[in-house]
Ligand binder design. Structure first.
Ligand SMILES: Nc1nc2c(ncn2[C@@H]2O[C@H](COP(=O)(O)OP(=O)(O)OP(=O)(O)O)[C@@H](O)[C@H]2O)c(=O)[nH]1
Ligand SMILES: [Mg+2]
Length: 402
């Protein structure tokens, strides 16, 4: 345990100073993926911003305003800039804000984000994992489009952002910011920021700990974000003159592109993995009964977790079996009692019938006796009558002799 680290100086060039280059070339061959979620009402300018942001023409079909509910539509594109390949997925909300009852509008969005986390977790937990070439669909950034009303945030916006802020990096964007005046826009931004703060909505903060980007990011964290964009040409004719998109003094669009893609893309990917996914993973594993330490704060291995869960499961099973057995016994007892009751009823009925039968028999017997007596009496009378008629002629003879 007394091992000491010694600092050695190398006698000549060995070559491990090329490790960063090796990493770069490996990453470049592997390619990158980046997933953007655009949340905003139908026709608010989601597709236009994406087209302008990536300076290309993605599919651009308009959504109908008559959807029964909200659903999410992911589309994946392979892009290349110099020799770097980017697999870009843009997920659009369809029908957001179009229903009369908007209570559940946030649910499909939350579900979608969770499903992507779940898929990644499943891959991580597989025995044969292939995270190396896994197509990661976890959302790295959620651009939340706010309608340029100039008043305040809608409750739908606040509720949705609140539900999402622990799951994804949110950047709120004022859509079609060119349609309100500069001073109005300024006031609107301040209002939105204060509403977000007072409702405790966490939005993505550009990192300021990396020296190379700290200055630009720090300035962006205070100046709020809004956007401006258009479809194919990068300039648009308005009654008050030509507003050039690429001109920074007119809008924050160039800044947004810079912050999102050129400076902070990797930070967004990292935050997604290290913060949002980590939170999802922790909750999910805890829900499944995994823990790092036992009640005495001792390390708790996977094996122990498995055995504890198994024991709990077997205990449950035994309890259920016992319950079922008890239920069976009770049922048998109940049925037995019912049968006994029926038997008793039958027996009573039988006894009653028997009694009736005996009574009947007794009555018949009595009648028979009466009849017999009557018959005897009749016989006796008959005999008497016969004897009387025999003695009468003798008397006549005697009278004759006299
Ligand atoms: N003035 C102004 N108009 C814009 C801006 N962005 C988009 N638009 C216009 O708004 C309309 C709708 O834009 P889309 O980008 O199709 O909106 P979307 O949110 O993708 O619409 P769905 O996909 O149908 O929900 C188009 O006519 C755009 O030209 C903007 O920044 N300013
Ligand atoms: Mg669209």
């Amino acid at each position: 345990m007394n091992e000491e680290k010694r600092n050695l100086s190398l006698g000549g060039h060995v070559g491990f100073d090329s490790l960063p280059d090796q990493l770069v070339s490996k990453s470049v061959t592997q390619g990158f993926c980046f997933n953007i979620l655009c949340v905003g009402e139908t026709g608010i300018g989601k597709s236009t911003l994406m087209n302008t942001l990536f300076n290309t023409m993605f599919e651009n079909e308009e959504a109908s305003h008559y959807q029964n509910g909200v659903y999410l539509r992911p589309r994946t594109y392979d892009l290349q800039e110099s020799n770097v390949h980017l697999k870009l997925t843009i997920v659009d909300t369809v029908g957001f804000g179009d229903q009369i009852n908007k209570e559940d509008s946030y649910k499909p969005i939350v579900d979608y984000i969770d499903t992507q986390f779940e898929n990644y977790l499943q891959e991580e937990l597989k025995i044969k994992r292939s995270l190396f070439n896994y197509h990661d669909t976890r959302i790295h950034i959620c651009l939340y489009f706010i309608a340029p009303t100039g008043h305040s945030l809608k409750s739908l916006d606040l509720v949705t952002m609140k539900k999402l802020d622990s799951k994804v990096n949110i950047i709120p964007i004022i859509a079609k910011a060119d349609t309100i005046s500069k001073s109005e826009l300024h006031k609107f931004k301040i209002k939105i920021m204060s509403e977000l703060v007072s409702n405790g909505v966490q939005i993505y903060q550009f990192p300021t700990d990396d020296e190379a980007v700290s200055e630009i990011n720090a300035s962006m964290n205070v100046s709020h974000r809004s956007k401006w964009g258009n479809k194919t040409v990068r300039a648009r004719q308005y009654p008050w003159g030509v507003v050039q998109v690429e001109n920074e003094s007119h809008c924050d669009f160039v800044k947004l592109r810079e912050m999102l893609i050129r400076v902070n893309m990797e930070d967004l990917r990292e935050q997604t993995h290290a913060r949002h996914y980590e939170l999802y993973r922790r909750c999910k594993l805890e829900e499944m009964g995994f823990k790092d330490t036992d009640p005495d704060s001792q390390p708790f291995s996977l094996q122990e977790t498995y055995e504890a869960k198994r024991k709990e499961f077997l205990g449950d099973l035994q309890r259920k079996e016992e319950e079922m057995r008890q239920m069976f016994v009770n049922k048998v007892k109940e049925t037995e009692a019912e049968l006994k009751e029926k038997e008793r009823e039958l027996h009573d009925k039988f006894e009653q019938l028997k009694r009736m039968h005996q009574e009947e028999k007794r009555k018949v017997e009595e009648k028979r006796r009466d009849l017999e007596e009557e018959m005897n009496a009749f016989n006796r009378k008959k005999v008497a009558a016969e004897t009387l008629s025999l003695s009468q002629p003798l008397k006549k003879d005697k009278d004759k002799k006299k």
